[in-house]
Design a protein around this ligand. Structure first.
Ligand code: RP5
Length: 174
């Protein structure tokens, strides 16, 4: 089995469903990755040990997902200079605003690249793009993904125009 280059950490197993799109896009792009449960608060020493030894293990990028007082990304960044992508999750009555602020407001010198609340897909894609800096084949697969996206938008546009007819827009204001 190929050693994972992206470590996807989540603060609790209860985060798994929201985090899964990150693993799915990495799998689609052929990027070896692993999912782990690591808590900044409940298992601080274990989390620090993983972050400290990650480079020697072949990990190149972290994705750290957490909800609430989401300190996982910052706690990992404190123990490694590998790039850390923060993924705030909407898991509390504050709908992810708590996790977003806890993840994004890092002190100077300790960056965490924070994606949108529940933005697991983009977290996975960003991790792939970071790896693609030194991997032309992966970069080509990401280019194909972009081209597919553009093709879909164009097809949706054509279908919309066809269904309403030229010169008309939904709502009758055309
Ligand atoms: C955070 O607390 C986790 O990342 C999760 O989003 C939230 C709730 O965790 P559980 O109480 O469900 O384990 O640390």
């Amino acid at each position: 089995m190929t050693a994972p280059t992206v470590a996807i950490l989540m603060g609790s197993r209860s985060d798994e469903e929201l985090v899964r799109p990150a693993a799915e896009i990495l799998a689609k792009l052929g990027v070896p990755h692993q999912l782990r449960v690591m808590s900044a608060h409940r298992t601080p020493a274990r989390t620090a040990a993983l972050a400290s030894s990650a480079r020697e293990q072949g990990i190149r990028v972290f994705i750290c997902a957490a909800g609430g007082a989401a300190h996982l990304a910052g706690a990992v960044a404190a123990h490694t200079t590998l790039p850390v992508i923060g993924l705030p999750l909407a898991r509390t009555p504050l709908a992810g605003e708590d996790a977003l602020l806890a993840t994004v407001q890092m002190p100077r010198g300790m960056p965490v690249a924070t994606v949108a609340v529940d933005g697991a897909y983009n977290a996975g894609l960003l991790a792939a793009q970071i790896l693609a800096v030194a991997d032309v084949e992966l970069a080509a697969r990401i280019d194909t993904l972009r081209a597919d996206m553009a093709t879909k938008v164009e097809a949706d546009d054509a279908a919309l125009v066809a269904s309403y007819g030229a010169g008309a827009t939904p709502g009758g204001r055309g």
